[in-house]
Design a protein around this ligand. Structure first.
Ligand SMILES: [Zn+2]
Length: 412
């Protein structure tokens, strides 16, 4: 195989990915006006339903334009040897391959961030604003960007530098060391994400004593679950959309409720949502997901180690001096069909876990408040009641609202 062959394989993969994605979007959009299933008639009233459809259609059109733009940009970059150009700039400043790699990725990340900012600005301040979701101020938007870039530079840059250093020291065995460091980092982040990262972006306050806390404690006690760390996060700082999640494990486990969720749902519904989250915990989904993602990382790194020393990878992107960092980009592009497949499997599993967590909430608490809370949350985010099955198969990490309602009402 020549580097030209490999170049065209990469182009082919990018195009196929794009086409599959757009076909799925199209199928999904075709179903927007389908009749609402009986079980979900009470989610929206007439005006709200019209609004939710307008929201979906606006996002669909926006998605087409922004993905066409990014496709054109990617192809242009590949056909006009953009990576070679950036690599040469980085090499002007240093001979050290770690420094060159950091500069190379720094330029690419910063460049793509600058180009994508107008799109995220439009999404937040035009689309989300028009439909009443946006609470982000321009100041928060800019600060989020800056903090995000800093975090990426420190964490991403640090891990990349370490991996290249391992590669220099141990050649093809580097993947084992890289896997080790990524695993330690992943577990650490799982444990301390809420303590270390979230405070950079949000305020978290412990849930105050009161009837809600009492109800949560009573439920937790009834299923033998130790739940004393309950936090309210100021999600309303950015959006009216609501959420709740579990994080950490062992003594670090805590539950985080968005203030928007607490305002939107009544106390029984909040307990039902928590019962669902406890279900994930009790059914060991959290540990499973962690182990699965670590195993997948190991597999990916191993495959990377087989190919990374081949100069064909760098040459395929039009870069003459073969290097780890350019090889990494080519590998990422070539690997994307495999990650599509693993993503599909993980989504399938995730949907299964959602049913199990719903069943857990139903069996240890009640089904009805969970149903009404899911309906309220769907309405609150103007979500799609009639998604296309193929779209659900590929993209949904949760079953559809209809499927969940039917499952929760089963044998009741
Ligand atoms: Zn869940």
């Amino acid at each position: 195989m020549t580097s030209t062959d490999l170049f065209y394989i990469i182009i082919f993969i990018i195009l196929i990915n794009f086409i599959i994605d757009k076909v799925l979007d199209y199928l999904n959009a075709k179903n927007y006006d389908n009749p609402i299933p009986n079980e979900l008639q009470d989610v929206y009233d007439e005006t709200e339903y019209k609004k939710s459809q307008a929201y979906k259609k606006t996002n669909y059109k926006f998605g087409i334009w922004s993905s066409l733009f990014s496709l054109a940009l990617t192809l242009g970059f590949l056909f006009f040897d953009g990576f070679e150009y950036v690599d040469n700039i980085a090499r002007q400043y240093s001979d050290n391959s770690i420094v060159v790699a950091l500069m190379f990725f720094g330029i690419i990340m910063l460049g793509s961030d600058l180009i994508s900012t107008p799109f995220s600005y439009y999404k937040t301040f035009v689309i989300e604003e028009r439909f009443g979701f946006n609470k982000t101020t321009k100041k928060t938007f800019i600060l989020d960007k800056i903090k995000g870039l800093f975090m990426m530079a420190i964490i991403g840059g640090g891990i990349l530098a370490l991996i290249i250093w391992f590669y220099q020291q141990t050649q093809e065995l580097f993947w084992l060391y890289a896997w080790g460091i990524v695993t330690v980092f992943t577990v650490f982040m799982n444990m301390f994400y809420s303590k270390l990262i979230v405070p950079l972006f949000n305020k978290q306050t412990p849930l105050e004593d009161g009837t809600l806390r009492d109800k949560i404690s009573a439920y937790a006690k009834s299923v033998g679950f130790n739940l004393d760390k309950i936090f309210i996060i100021d999600g309303s700082k950015r959006s009216t959309k609501a959420n709740a999640y579990f994080s950490g494990f062992g003594s670090e486990k805590r539950v985080t409720l968005y203030d928007t969720l607490v305002n939107e749902l009544d106390e029984e519904e909040i307990v039902a949502v928590l019962a669902h989250e406890v279900g994930h915990y009790k059914k060991k989904h959290i540990i499973f997901n962690l182990v699965a993602s670590i195993a997948l990382t190991g597999l990916t790194l191993f495959i990377l180690s087989v190919f990374i020393s081949n100069p064909l990878l760098s040459n395929a992107l039009g870069v003459d001096i073969a290097s780890f960092h350019v090889g990494l980009i080519a590998f990422g592009l070539l690997y994307s069909p495999i990650s599509e497949v693993t993503g599909l499997i993980m989504n399938q599993l995730s949907r299964k876990f959602e049913y199990q967590a719903d069943d857990y909430a139903k069996n240890t608490y009640k089904a009805e408040p969970l149903i009404t809370s899911l309906k309220k949350l769907s309405k609150n985010s103007l979500s799609n009641l009639t998604p296309h099955p193929a779209y659900v198969l590929m993209h949904y990490s949760h079953p559809t609202l209809l499927e969940r309602v039917r499952n929760l009402r089963k044998n009741n």
